[in-house]
Ligand binder design. Structure first.
Ligand SMILES: [Zn+2]
Length: 119
């Protein structure tokens, strides 16, 4: 475990605490499901991942990168999700690239589908 990763982890934890709970920010949301296919260059295998957010979850919609060499990477759904909630949109699909400094510029991408249930 290198110290750069520890610092990144501590920062992510602090971001979570700062973000607060989903119920406080979006009381009209029952749950959010992000279904994605994680594609890592060099692995040649697509990994399915599903992440759920509930009212008691932290309102931080950032998915970590699975690449072990990736530094401070991840996929930020904050803008996508806040825009969806603003429009009361239920489903959105798209593709995101990892924001981190990994082994190569586009070492990982995800194809995602976000589904939101409203109260
Ligand atoms: Zn990455």
């Amino acid at each position: 475990m290198n110290s750069k990763k520890n610092v990144a982890r501590a920062e992510r934890l602090q971001q979570r605490i700062d973000a607060g709970y989903m119920s406080a920010h979006f009381p009209e949301v029952l749950n959010i499901v992000i279904s994605m296919t994680y594609n890592q260059r060099g692995i040649g295998k697509a990994l399915p991942r599903i992440v759920n957010f509930f009212p008691g979850s932290y309102a931080l919609f950032r998915i970590t990168c699975l690449s072990k060499d990736c530094v401070d990477g991840g996929f930020d759904f904050t803008h996508i999700i806040t825009a969806m909630i603003g429009n009361r949109r239920k489903v959105a699909k798209g593709e995101l690239g990892c924001e981190g400094n990994g082994p190569s510029p586009d070492h990982a991408t995800i194809d995602y589908e976000v589904a939101i249930q409203y109260a």
